[in-house]
Design a protein around this ligand. Structure first.
Ligand code: AHR
Length: 514
């Protein structure tokens, strides 16, 4: 019986109740690269995410560097965050970048999120300072809905010009002589809805002009342009974007990716599914729902293949995660929810799905990073806690820029009332430094799962990693009990080419074989 099971108080009889799952990892058939940008974050100017969650200002008593919270930066550095999408979301299509640069900032009303005052104290230069502190790249969404092509082109010039243009000199006067690097540029956001209620034809007409004129002016850096894609299984929108790309003429414009948004259980406004105090039925229901991501990616990839069989255009899932009922007493427009063991398992399942589609899905951004929706971090004044989802992202760091390895196993299913799910889920990959990493998720909240993992080419060795489990499927971390859902170290031996591990019920385990 493993130490993990002992720690959770499970009996040997329970552990032995299931036969071991024979898992084969096929090291001879490596698949696509699992791009590190699949582990991206999303930080919208929304609720308490930026103001209080990330930005407290240089005069705050909360420890900060240039106004940015030290505790939040230290936690995010551990995740090796590849990129942070900003400033929205819906907010991006009302954002005017000049409001947020220089000594005098423009105060406006954030009409996307709760009509609260928006001081613009956090603007372009603060965003890049934040990225520098956490070691991430920029994903800027430009205002295609209510802004002009000229305004967006000027913003790119301010950020990226490497020659002494007037806007580059303005950037230098604001303390940043060197150009910034913009890795991704979003051409609007949800233009079929909050981004301007456009038809596919209206969007692609506007997209062509933005893609043609809004450019990176630093030739030393590559910037990927991401068109707005659908928010679900809509193929008309995808067809419009992809056929526009197919018909482009030579150098006149190009795009590199198309976005896809898909939230789990957004059941109306405001959503009703609670993020706390739920049982196994809601656990099974939400996980069943999230697994639809697999079919959605199959469908969208197949549609894109019709125009782009060589898969030049990336599918960028730049908003995904749980969207649950607002916390009682919170402003419903601030999208504050708790984050439970269920969110951790849901995060692992989605990351595994993205990895299985890595030939087309080359970036994704979970919504959102701090204090909003399925967050990594929650703050309350000077206090900060790490959510179960944070722990999964940290455990998955070995998968960043790894190479997908196929697996085969037969583990059966888990059923609760009328919800039937796979009992387990597995991801295997060869890491950047040539090791084998395996993620094993036991979806079943009642029974442990024993795995015998065959690793061709590895006769002996040690697997190190962590296991994330908790007393209940709705266990959460709170400011008074911040470690209820926290990973514990796990070590297992490989002998005769086999690794044997037993996973607790409802858990995520990531192991790397030395
Ligand atoms: O993440 C919250 C909102 O969800 C975003 O602003 C918008 O793009 C989506 O509808």
């Amino acid at each position: 019986m493993s130490g993990i099971l002992l720690a959770l108080g499970l009996s040997c009889a329970a552990a032995a109740a299931q036969d071991a799952i024979a898992l084969q990892v096929d090291t001879a058939q490596p698949g696509a690269k699992i791009d590190r940008h699949i582990f991206g974050q999303f930080m919208e100017q929304l609720g308490t995410q930026i103001y209080n969650g990330v930005w407290v200002g240089p005069h705050s008593k909360i420890p900060n560097v240039h106004g940015i919270r030290k505790d939040v930066v230290a936690a995010l550095r551990e995740l090796h965050v590849p990129d942070v999408r900003w400033p929205g979301g819906c907010y991006a299509d009302q954002y005017h970048w000049r409001d947020g640069v220089g000594k005098t900032r423009t105060t406006r009303i954030n009409t996307s999120w709760g009509d609260v005052l928006d001081t613009n104290a956090f603007g372009t230069d603060e965003y890049f300072d934040f990225l520098r502190q956490i070691g991430a790249q920029a994903y800027i969404s430009v205002n295609l809905g209510s802004g002009t092509v000229e305004e967006a082109a000027d913003w790119l010039e301010y950020m990226t010009a490497d020659k002494p243009t007037t806007l580059a000199k303005q950037r230098a006067a604001n303390g940043h002589p060197a150009p910034y690097k913009v890795a991704f540029l979003g051409l609007g956001n949800e233009s079929w809805d909050c981004g301007g209620l456009m038809t596919p034809t209206e969007y692609t007409a506007r997209m062509r002009r933005f893609a043609r004129f809004v450019n990176n002016l630093n030739p030393a850096e590559k910037m990927a342009k991401i068109a707005v894609g659908p928010g679900g299984p809509d193929t008309d929108w995808t067809d419009a974007v992809m056929s526009t790309w197919q018909k482009r003429h030579g150098w006149s414009f190009d795009i590199d990716g198309m976005s896809l948004h898909s939230y789990t259980v957004f059941d109306g406004w405001p959503p009703h599914m609670p993020s706390t105090d739920f049982g196994k039925k809601e656990y099974a229901e939400v996980l069943k729902e999230t697994l639809k991501m697999n079919g959605l990616l199959d469908q969208q990839s197949a549609e894109m293949d019709k125009y782009d069989p060589e898969k030049k255009i990336s599918l960028v899932v730049d908003e995904w995660g749980t969207w649950l009922a607002p916390m009682p007493g919170s402003n419903p427009h601030f999208l504050q929810q708790q984050n439970s063991l269920r969110d951790a398992i849901l995060a692992a399942l989605n990351l595994n799905i993205f990895a299985r589609h890595a030939d087309r899905v080359r970036a994704a951004n979970i919504a959102q990073m701090v204090n909003v929706l399925q967050a990594m971090i929650l703050t309350d004044g000077p206090k900060m806690l790490l959510t179960p989802t944070y722990h999964v992202f940290k455990m998955y760091v070995p998968f960043q820029d790894s190479t997908f390895l196929p697996v085969s196993y037969d583990a059966g299913s888990y059923t609760f009332e009328n919800f039937t799910l796979p009992r387990v889920d597995v991801l295997a990959a060869k890491t950047k430094d040539g090791k084998i990493a395996v993620s094993l998720t036991n979806i079943d909240p009642d029974k442990p799962a024993e795995f015998t993992v065959s690793l061709p080419g590895v006769s002996a060795g040690t697997a190190h990693g962590q296991v994330l489990a908790a007393p209940h499927v709705d266990s959460v971390n709170t400011f008074t009990a911040p470690n209820t859902v926290a990973p514990k170290p796990m070590t297992a031996q490989v002998s005769d080419g086999k690794l044997t591990v037993t996973l607790p019920p409802a858990s995520v385990t990531v192991l790397t074989v030395d």
